[in-house]
Design a protein around this ligand. Structure first.
Ligand code: FAD
Ligand code: UDP
Length: 367
């Protein structure tokens, strides 16, 4: 019997991290074998049509936005785009108010009629300057003060993370800006675009290359010995790779409640409605806003945060970062293994940041 030829790269995980690496390496002539334990490609960005035919994101809403021209240029090889700017309302005191907090939020919440300058002065009056800014509580109090913190941030954060704002690193709440103007977009990035035919179609084109072999429904534990390889790219949780030998890194999980509403064309006025203070779920997203799909019914998802289940979010706080750094030292000592991705790098990264990290990782393997 002939010995199985060794591939140049075995890649674990078919999300953005693994798939971008696969394509860049294959384009350079390398042979790639990609294994994914789920029955599909795309990682958490995977999308599919539900039974009613509405395009949904089974792992929660994924909105693409970036400042990085290079990331858009790379992905544009595999998709056309649809312009989409995400808007979010938070249900507070029986009203649906813009979040990030802006002039409209203040005027409607407090029954005021502030101009933009007056809104800036209002925020300046209520904020509590903090120095140094270490936690997410520092961030929120420093930007909007205690009343707005309680109404918009503390409850949502407790639900989402199972922790108080004061227990989370500053970077978590720093994702949400404060505005004194009427800009009600969730993101202000230069490029705010959705893949025209969805993420899965984008991944299919990215992975369609004679140098890439993809196997879904296969775990690394099984593929490791079966597929001889010169080099490994691992995009799963870093502590799992090392058999949790230094202890488990905490991840936050979610359970998703998907629902199709036949005959309802519009369920809510914007893509996402946040629930900072009521209900067990954090937010409800209506996919048709995001995808632009026309359909006589609509499909929504509610997100229920939980401790157990698939790892979705690293939990940014100093003790977790310290444990991650110990794993990162083990990772540095591994021969011929590259760790890249949200769970492998234990970073609260958006999709574009993962694409950028994967481009960098793959290019360094070609240098
Ligand atoms: P993943 O997409 O998690 O892919 C890793 C893959 O590795 C998984 O498919 C997993 O099954 C596989 N794997 C792990 N271990 C093994 C193993 N042992 N064997 C085989 N396969 C394995 N980002 C945005 O930019 N905009 C958003 O709006 C946005 N919304 C989000 C909403 C939610 C609810 C979540 C959870 C994330 C969101 N993100 C968003 C972040 C985005 O999902 C990530 O940045 C991105 O998907 C990370 O890509 P990745 O390849 O690192 O990881
Ligand atoms: N956040 C909040 N209230 C909101 C929106 C966000 O308290 O209405 C806080 C919360 O801690 C959340 C973080 O800001 O986890 C980041 O929010 P983002 O919408 O970026 O979270 P993601 O989309 O990554 O789940």
């Amino acid at each position: 019997m002939m010995a199985c030829a060794s591939v140049d790269h075995l890649i674990v995980g078919a999300g953005f991290a693994g798939s971008v690496c696969a394509r860049v390496l294959a384009d350079a002539g390398r042979s790639v074998h990609l294994v994914e334990r789920r029955p599909h490609i795309g990682g958490n960005a995977y999308d599919t049509h539900d039974a009613a035919g509405v395009l949904i994101h089974p792992y929660g809403p994924h909105i693409f936005h970036t400042q990085a021209k290079r990331v858009i240029e790379f992905l544009s090889r595999f998709t056309d785009w649809r312009f989409y700017e995400h808007r979010v309302l938070a249900e507070v005191d029986g009203q649906l108010l813009p979040i990030p907090i802006n002039r409209t939020t203040l005027n409607r919440l407090y029954g005021l009629n502030l101009s933009e300058d007056e809104a800036a002065a209002f925020i300046d009056r209520v904020r509590q300057p903090r120095d140094p800014i270490k936690t997410s509580e520092d961030v929120v109090l420093n930007s909007v003060g205690p009343d707005l913190c309680e109404r918009f941030f503390r409850g949502y954060t407790r639900k989402q993370w199972g922790l108080d704002l004061s227990e989370l690193s500053a970077g978590v709440a720093a994702r949400i800006p404060t505005r004194s103007n009427d800009d009600d977009r969730y993101f202000t990035d230069t490029y705010q675009l959705m893949p025209l035919n969805g993420y899965t179609a984008l991944f299919e084109r990215m992975l369609a290359h004679p140098g890439i072999q993809v196997e879904t429904g296969v775990d690394f534990a099984e593929a490791r010995e079966r597929i001889p390889h010169r080099h490994l790219i691992y995009t799963g949780p870093i502590d799992a790779y090392f058999g949790h030998r230094l202890g488990r890194l905490p991840y936050r999980s979610l359970s998703f409640e998907h629902e199709h509403l036949p005959g309802v064309e519009r369920y809510q006025p914007v893509g996402t409605v946040n629930q900072p203070n009521q209900h067990a779920y954090t937010r409800t997203t209506e996919f048709k806003h995001i995808t632009g799909q026309l359909h006589s019914g609509t499909s929504i998802v509610r997100e229920y945060p939980q401790d157990v289940g698939d790892p979705y979010y690293p939990v940014p706080r100093p003790e977790n970062e310290a444990l991650f750094q110990r794993y990162a030292q083990l990772a540095d000592a591994e021969q011929d293994v590259t760790f890249v991705g949200r769970l492998a790098q234990y970073r609260y990264y958006n999709m574009d940041q993962i694409v950028a990290a994967a481009l960098k990782a793959a290019e360094s393997l070609l240098a």
